[in-house]
Design a protein around this ligand. Structure first.
Ligand code: C2E
Ligand code: MG
Ligand code: MG
Length: 726
């Protein structure tokens, strides 16, 4: 690249560049980059070198001139004056005058000599130094006696006197001559001036050659290197550098080759760093680090890419299956996160390995996976795909750290584009179906239906109405008696929430089942204030029963897991006991097994605190949850409540009967009372008596009733279990 092209590209690049730093750097170089070939003369470095060279040459020449040149020149001039005088005098000496005391010159000769030579005066002495005769300007020997070899030069250099001995002029006389030497000084002056001119021209010549050499061998390669560095600076990743035309056999060529190598190396490593970083960012943004599977974002993106077909083409159909591992949180909490993570990894691996290549498997949430599979075969529908996925999970237990875990999953299914034209909508619909599957007891597959949306809307309406009901005191408590199977006595009652929702019907309203509104309250967190309300009402009832009717009996209150995790159940109880004056022994809290799964240590410490206050504790619906039987002995509980499903089916299903039996034995072995709920018939009662169950509760004795009716029931009851019908 020539200097002009470097300069041009630089100027062009400068115009394009809006980077201040680049502009600054480039403008720094601009002063050097002037169009070829004058660039050498505008280079500061060149000028410095040239000036130094010029002055050095001048200095050396001046020194040489001073030390020998001028003195030698003057000496030569004087010598030639001397020779001129000597030959002139010698030629006019009269040989007859040898040995005489008369002047060897005649007047006319002398006169001509004065005219033709620079001699202006002449005095003749005998060889014994006697004065004989003087011509022209007076000049004397006297002053020079004893120093015959000496010459004399006047101060202004215009007069030069010298002595010729008799041998110099082949005579017997001594001649003292005065010469006009003013020309000599003029010549010396001219000589000095000429020398200076020559020196100047020479210096200029040398400097110019030096500059050209500098430009060619130093500046030009350096500018080339500089241009490459500028290109690398402007675009380090893709530097537009030219191959070096300079041989790398000299130092500068080698330096250029090295810079080019470095620029290329730097570009390579930058590219490498960038592409690694891009890969990493891509991985972080689109992949799950634990399982290595694509994440939700990539899932949605892939579905939208696959569904984005050209106009006129058929939109491909996909089964969208979302899967949530049942009770994964319990495994995580009880076995530790390492085990949880290992299970998730194994599930991901197994899904990937067992499903066909065309299936897109991703991890979309903590224990949630999503699979998309093209429905190419008409015989295959989304449900078939879901069943296949369920089969993969269920087929064999997962072996993690030498332990086997039987994993179950809840599955939601939707179909693209049937259940939504937008990919994330279809995925959300599969999630809605998944939530349904979870609500319906897990380990099931649920297909998305538009009714689900309606159900979601209804739940929002229930939540709004429930808030109103709580504010307007529309919530009430009913009580269901609990009886001792041995004595037949009423030993307590369970407080059950009732919501009478007024409407425009003939009846003026209807009861909303707790089975409907309790889950909504739990999901929204409204269960915490509702629970506080129930607790207070139950305590007030207990105090009233004793005070007004002399009835001393325990009231059981259902407590939700949310009140443990998001509320402060201990201070709620303490406050109620303090405010109402209820005897804590007359209060029982029913908690379900799910409470123990959240955080066992936290739960145990709360249960211990509650026990210290004096309230009794029961595990409700025992046998239906994910029983952590091994922890049961650590809990300070008083009662196990067998879930009504076992009681109801005990008579016609052996397995349920044996579960009920096992629970009773387990409870007794832990010194706990066992109460059975859902007792509807005499047969149920007999079965429970035979199994040694302690207490019962159910429609056989009484439905849940208002406080007033409960009092009536107790007051009218004769203590004989056989007096109940059915
Ligand atoms: P639960 O605590 O297991 O309550 C027992 C349920 O069984 C009650 O239903 C009761 O009416 C019903 N039941 C009692 N005996 C029989 C019987 O012989 N046959 C049949 N078929 N059912 C019987 P309910 O009142 O509808 O309550 C349902 C669930 O709602 C309760 O189950 C409890 O989990 C929840 N719940 C009710 N009130 C509250 C409350 O105040 N707070 C909380 N957190 N949950 C409550
Ligand atoms: Mg209960
Ligand atoms: Mg129950």
């Amino acid at each position: 690249m020539g200097f002009s092209s470097i300069t041009k590209s630089l100027v062009k690049d400068n115009a394009a560049s809006d980077n201040a730093a680049e502009r600054k750097a480039a403008s720094g170089f601009k002063s050097i980059f002037v169009s070829s070939p004058t660039h050498i003369w505008s280079s500061k470095v060149s000028w410095r070198v040239a000036l130094t060279a010029f002055l050095t040459i001048m200095l050396v020449q001046t020194f040489v001139l001073n030390v020998g040149g001028v003195a030698q020149f003057r000496a030569n001039e004087l010598k030639s004056l001397e020779l001129q005088a000597r030959s002139a005098i010698a030629s006019v000496v009269d040989p007859e005058s040898r040995g005489t005391r008369t002047s060897p010159f005649n007047e006319s000769q002398i006169e001509r000599m004065f005219r033709t030579t620079h001699i202006r005066g002449l005095t003749v002495y005998s060889y014994k130094y006697d004065f004989i005769k003087s011509y022209g300007e007076p000049v004397h020997l006297i002053a020079k006696f004893g120093q015959l070899d000496e010459t004399y030069m006047s101060e202004n250099g215009n007069v030069y006197e010298l002595i010729f001995k008799s041998s110099d002029i082949q005579s017997t006389f001594i001649v003292v001559v005065q010469m006009d030497s003013s020309r000599v000084e003029e010549k010396v002056h001219d000589y000095v001036m000429d020398s200076i001119k020559i020196m100047g021209i020479l210096s200029l010549l040398v400097t110019s050659v030096l500059m050209i050499a500098l430009g060619k061998w130093l500046l030009e390669p350096i500018l080339f290197m500089r241009a490459n560095l500028v290109a690398a600076f402007k675009n380090p990743e893709l530097p537009e550098i030219e191959d070096s035309p300079y041989s790398s056999s000299d130092e500068i060529g080698a330096a250029i080759a090295l810079t080019q190598k470095l620029i290329k190396q730097n570009a390579e490593s930058l590219k490498h760093i960038k592409s690694t970083a891009e890969d990493k960012i891509h991985k972080l943004a689109y992949y799950d680090s634990l399982t290595g599977l694509p994440n939700r974002t990539l899932f949605v993106q892939t579905l939208s890419e696959k569904g984005n077909v050209r106009r006129g083409e058929d939109v491909p159909r996909f089964a969208i299956v979302t899967l949530d591992l049942d009770h994964f949180k319990d495994i995580n909490d009880s076995m530790g996160h390492n085990v949880g993570d290992a299970i998730l990894r194994s599930v991901g691996k197994k899904l990937r390995a067992s499903l066909p290549e065309s299936a897109f498997v991703s991890r979309t949430g903590e224990d949630e996976f999503a699979i998309m599979m093209p429905l190419v075969d008409d015989a295959l529908n989304a449900r078939d795909v879901a069943e296949r996925v369920a089969g993969v999970i269920k087929s064999q237990p997962f072996k993690v750290f030498n332990e086997e875990f039987q994993v179950r999953s809840s599955i939601g299914v939707s179909t693209y584009p049937d259940d939504g034209a937008e990919p994330d909508m279809v995925l959300k619909n599969a999630d809605i179906a998944l939530n349904r599957a979870k609500e319906e007891g897990r380990d099931t597959i649920k297909e998305y239906s538009e009714d689900f949306d309606r159900a979601v809307q209804e739940r929002f309406q229930i939540l709004r109405d429930l808030r109103d009901a709580l504010e307007h005191n529309q919530l009430d408590l009913h009580y269901q008696p609990q009886l001792c199977l041995k004595t037949g006595q009423v030993i307590g009652a369970e407080a059950l929430l009732r919501w009478w929702k007024p409407d425009n019907s003939k009846e003026g309203g209807s009861f909303v089942s707790p089975g409907v509104f309790i889950p909504v309250a739990e999901q929204s967190g409204l269960i915490v204030p509702i629970g506080q309300y129930v607790l207070r009402r139950a305590c007030e009832t207990s105090v009233r029963l004793k005070k007004d009717h002399g009835i001393d009996m325990r009231i059981a209150v259902n407590v939700s897991g949310n009140q443990f995790t998001h509320g402060d159940i201990c201070s709620d109880v303490i406050k109620c006991v303090h405010d109402t004056g209820v005897d804590p022994k007359m209060l029982e809290l029913e908690v379900t097994e799910s409470v123990f799964m959240d955080d066992i240590n936290h739960t145990v410490s709360i249960l211990n605190d509650l026990h210290k206050i004096g309230v009794e504790l029961a595990i409700d619906d025992f046998g239906t949850g994910y029983s952590s039987l091994s922890y049961l002995s650590q809990f300070p509980i008083d009662r196990l409540k067998i879930d009504q499903s076992f009681v109801r089916q005990a008579l016609n299903d052996k397995e349920n009967a044996s579960i009920a039996k096992t629970i009773i034995n387990l409870g007794h072995s832990l010194n706990l009372k066992v109460i059975a709920e859902g007792v509807e018939t005499k047969e149920h009662e007999n079965f429970l008596i035979n199994q040694g169950c302690d207490e019962v509760q159910g429609f056989r004795y009484s439905r849940p009733v208002p406080e007033k009716k409960l009092v009536e029931f107790i007051e009218s009851y004769n203590g004989d279990l056989n007096s109940f019908k059915g």
